[in-house]
Design a protein around this ligand. Structure first.
Ligand code: PHE
Length: 344
């Protein structure tokens, strides 16, 4: 009897050593068949049980069970350890560190120009203006002639034009040609439209001017439209865009398509008029050009100037975004620097 138990204990020592040496899951499976399987070494030893006297068998059986359980538990532990090692090895090979904190994906959002454009469109919509789409590629007639720029008029040089290889076809230098499209579409009905879109000027790119930029044009035509309507509309716009209590001021100016023409300033949103770096110590910020629609332009659009009058205004969208958000270089809008796009 003691002989069988000694054999079992000997087997346990040998099996444990073999298990510790096993380096892979298949090796542990082979180990199982060799020691604990139906045709394994443990079974072979236990075949001797039948030769033992009856009273000794339970004791040997009990010891055999204990050893089998211990080896089963050892197998489970070894297999777990091997699985963990295999995981470590494959992670190291793939270069993945599962303990590294995740990288937050960048969230997209509207470009600052689009944010400003939508805000402006919303304010003007509330006042009854509707968006009217007009082309970016124009003819000389729409961009200049019909807006009362005579040929060779020096005012054309205010707006350095990009020409195309097709004679007379140009990239619009302002959104004002949309005035003619809208008027010709609706005349002789009264209209209140806004025309947002891209414009192009063949200018040097500086902190203050880009060769491609956005404008939004406003146009109202009706039977009794006066300069006061223009003032009220722009004051309301300035209050909603730049904050309640804003003041605006009109300076006389010149555009061929409006008479009288003005440039409009808002009191400096940073210093409130006291004078600072942003307003260059004038207390005012220029926000747009405007005026009463010139009779020639009304006529070109299909309205009788003896019956109809109207006002128009046009402003740079990036410029409004710059003023409102304290951006001092328009080139940032087109350089796609994520730090800028995230901040603004
Ligand atoms: N089109 C003019 C510009 O680009 C702005 C403007 C629009 C002025 C409408 C008066 C009326 O400078």
């Amino acid at each position: 009897m003691s002989d069988l138990i000694a054999q079992l204990e000997q087997l346990q020592t040998e099996a444990q050593a073999a298990l510790d040496a096993a380096q892979s899951t298949p090796a542990t499976e082979a180990w199982y068949s060799e020691y604990l399987g139906r045709k394994g070494k443990m079974t072979a030893i236990l075949r001797g049980l039948g030769q033992l006297p009856k009273e000794e068998r339970p004791l040997v059986g009990k010891r055999a069970n204990e050893i089998k359980e211990a080896l089963d538990a050892a197998l489970a532990t070894r297999q777990e350890a091997i699985a963990a090692e295999e995981m470590q090895r494959s992670l190291a090979a793939e270069g993945i560190d599962v303990t590294m904190p995740g990288r937050r994906p960048l969230l997209g959002k509207l470009h600052p120009t689009n944010q400003a454009m939508r805000e402006m469109v919303e304010i003007l919509k509330q006042m009854g203006f509707q968006v009217y789409d007009s082309p970016e590629v124009e003819t000389d007639a729409y961009n200049f002639e019909l807006l009362n720029f005579p040929p060779d008029h020096p005012a054309r040089e205010m707006q350095d034009t990009f020409f195309t290889t097709t004679p007379d076809v140009i990239l619009r230098t302002h959104t004002s040609p949309g005035q003619i499209h809208a008027m010709r579409h609706y005349a002789p009905e009264p209209i209140r439209v806004i025309l947002p879109g891209k414009c192009y000027r063949n200018e040097d790119v500086t902190a203050r001017s880009e060769m491609m930029f956005y404008q939004i044009e406003g146009l109202a035509i009706g039977r009794n439209i006066t300069f006061s309507d223009l003032k009220g509309t722009l004051l309301n716009f300035a209050n909603q865009m730049y904050g309640e209590g804003r003041k605006i001021r009109f300076r006389k100016s010149y555009f061929p398509f409006t008479e009288p023409s003005v440039e409009v300033d808002v009191d400096c949103i940073l210093c409130g008029g006291a004078g600072c770096r942003i307003c260059k110590h004038t207390g005012w910020l220029e926000i747009l050009g405007a005026g009463m629609v010139h009779p020639v332009v009304l006529q070109n659009g299909g309205y009788d100037p003896a019956v109809f009058s109207g006002f128009a205004f046009g402003m740079g969208i990036e410029r409004q975004a710059m003023l409102k958000r304290g951006v001092d270089d328009i080139r940032l809008f087109y350089s796609n620097d994520v730090r800028f796009l995230e901040r603004v």
